[in-house]
Write a protein that binds this ligand. Structure first.
Ligand code: CA
Length: 176
């Protein structure tokens, strides 16, 4: 699970990156908007931690652009700007959470976990195995990314079971 940390304070960035790594996340550090933009263009991140005051502009502008381009990456703003008005602006520009400096690392990590949980809960329930995709919410299947076909109850249960146990040979008895 890879996160983008946009932060121009080297000491803070390094200490935070260490803690996040200890919690099992992979981190890319961006000290400027420019670096963040080029990383975002090539890498896939699960979440971004965004400082607002950066040497080449405001993190808010970047956030606004991401949202305008349809990016739904969860974003946590981490900043020294601590008035309620700042928080409202940040959230309205598309941030999912807002934490002010100074902060406690365990709180930041707990908030990141909560954001990632929320994200996985809202994702569509699709299961893919080689060329077969099963949409669990709509009980339909697509082969080779073609049209969706609805399944009967039994078909759905069987296919779902097979896809969850791809390496097992099943007897009639197992699946009955
Ligand atoms: Ca800063």
């Amino acid at each position: 699970m890879k996160l983008l940390l946009l932060e121009d304070d080297d000491l803070l960035a390094e200490s935070l990156a260490e803690s996040l790594k200890d919690n099992g996340y992979r981190i890319d550090l961006a000290p400027s908007l420019k670096v963040a933009r080029s990383l975002m263009a090539t890498e896939h991140y699960e979440l971004a931690i965004l400082d607002l005051g950066l040497p080449d502009g405001s993190g808010l502008d970047l956030l606004k652009q991401w949202r305008k381009d349809g990016g739904d990456l969860p974003v946590l703003i981490l900043t020294a700007r601590d008035t309620w008005e700042d928080k409202v602006v940040g959230l309205e520009k598309g941030a999912d959470d807002y934490l002010t400096k100074p902060f406690h690392e365990p709180e930041l990590i707990a908030r990141i976990k909560a954001l990632l949980r929320r994200k996985s809960g809202s994702m569509s329930q699709e299961l893919t195995l080689s060329n077969i995709t099963l949409d669990e919410a709509n009980r339909s299947v697509s082969v080779n990314a073609g049209a969706w076909h609805s399944l009967t109850g039994t078909e759905f249960i069987l296919l779902r079971y097979f896809m969850h146990h791809p390496d097992r040979v099943l007897s009639k008895k197992t699946t009955a």
